[in-house]
Design a protein around this ligand. Structure first.
Ligand code: ZN
Length: 121
């Protein structure tokens, strides 16, 4: 049995984790990454996660408002798109249908960035 790394998403053997890494669920390889790079991977996962949820909560929205200010362009862009989605349709049910009716531009951007896959997850 291995252990799951939340940064690279792989299940890796126990020897690939340090004591602290075990607790944090980050393998040795990923913990050696520059902090900004690791954070960006985690934040991207987080943003995709919001679209997988059945509802984007007000707490999620305030978190997205922080992420939108990221120095990382992709993170800022993704967070901005999910924020817009939350404004139009916070609930996942019928979201794509509503977006197709009201916000075709936003729907197109979800496709371009790959965020649409999180919706179908
Ligand atoms: Zn890893």
């Amino acid at each position: 049995m291995g252990h799951y790394c939340r940064v690279c998403g792989r299940v890796r053997p126990n020897e690939k984790f340090s004591g602290k890494g075990h607790k944090d669920h980050v393998c040795k390889e990923c913990s050696g990454m520059p902090r900004e790079k690791r954070e960006a991977i985690e934040q991207e996962d987080e943003i995709f996660g919001y679209l997988k949820q059945s509802h984007i909560s007000t707490k999620n929205v305030s978190r997205l408002r922080t992420l939108v200010q990221s120095d990382n362009k992709r993170i800022a862009e993704l967070a901005g798109l999910v924020l817009e989605v939350a404004e139009v349709k916070p609930y996942k049910k019928r979201r794509l249908k509503v977006l197709a009716q009201k916000r075709r531009d936003l729907l197109r951007k979800l496709k371009e960035t790959g965020l649409i896959y999180a919706h179908h997850f």
